[in-house]
Design a protein around this ligand. Structure first.
Ligand code: ATP
Length: 241
């Protein structure tokens, strides 16, 4: 069995009186893609932010690379092994793509070089351009390249293919598969269920902060013909429950 890089038990998160996560337990192993699915507001981003220690939360276990964390602190040695695809607004619009890459590569002791990322993600043409001048899809590509600047062992991709054209999306899928093959554990959130079916080894479905299904793709699909049908059925069942 591959090593569990992420083990979360009974995770609860509230924003004031609003409960965003209610007792979530999930595990992600080396060499697998875990897709976290759910409607807008289901709690996917809150899950990722809790794991990263970006806000307060309660959990009976929050284990990263075998180490349990009882507060929001994540030491540098752990952060060096994490990759996160950030939201567009988090980057300076004035830096060029090459400058952004250079900045990110400098954060990591065993990370990638700028040249490596430019070649791997085919960013040659846009490398001299300012980030703020890029199209939505180009920005997503740069954000993906930045997320792997540290050669992460655990990678969080929060809706990575939003705004990407079909060719770029296919290339991103290939990158995800390559990272998985290298032993990286990938936590992917997406609203494209067919994307999850194509990429994921395991699936977790959230609804109003609760885990309503989890398991291998085959287990969650069950007797349905696709993950999308299984997802829709689960959502309907829970609506009428
Ligand atoms: N900073 C915040 N303050 C108050 N409520 C918040 C905050 N962030 C999220 N929420 C609420 O928590 C719930 C879960 O939000 P979250 O962003 O985790 O959902 P999501 O599944 O990532 O949604 P989406 O698919 O739209 O990105 C929602 O009801 C949301 O309104």
């Amino acid at each position: 069995m591959a090593a569990a890089y992420l083990r979360v038990q009974n995770l609860t998160k509230s924003y004031g009186s609003k409960a965003a996560l209610r007792g979530i337990s999930l595990t992600a192993h080396s060499g697998e893609v875990l897709a976290v699915l759910g409607k807008n507001g289901a709690g996917k981003t809150s899950f990722i932010h809790s794991v990263l220690g970006m806000h307060s939360y309660q959990a009976s276990r929050m284990e990263l690379f075998g180490q349990n964390y009882t507060n929001q602190q994540r030491p540098l040695s752990t952060r060096q092994r994490l990759g996160v695809m950030m939201q567009v607004g988090a980057l300076s619009a004035n830096l060029t793509v090459a400058e952004q890459l250079d900045l990110f590569c400098s954060y990591y002791t065993n990370g990638a070089s700028v040249t490596e990322l430019i070649t791997q993600f085919e960013l040659q043409e846009i490398a001299p351009q300012r980030f703020g001048r890029l199209s939505g899809g180009q920005r997503q590509q740069v954000l993906l390249a930045l997320s792997v600047a540290g050669h992460p062992d655990l990678l969080f991709l929060d809706e990575p293919t939003v705004g990407m054209d079909v060719e770029v999306r296919h290339r991103l899928w290939q990158h995800i598969q390559n990272y998985r093959a290298k032993g990286c554990a990938i936590v992917l959130t997406t609203h494209y269920i067919e994307e999850a079916e194509r990429l994921a080894d395991r699936v977790a479905i959230l609804r109003e902060g609760q885990l309503i299904a989890s398991g291998s793709v085959a287990e969650v699909v069950g007797d349905e013909t696709s993950l999308e049908n299984a997802y829709l059925k689960l959502m309907q069942e829970k609506q009428h429950a």
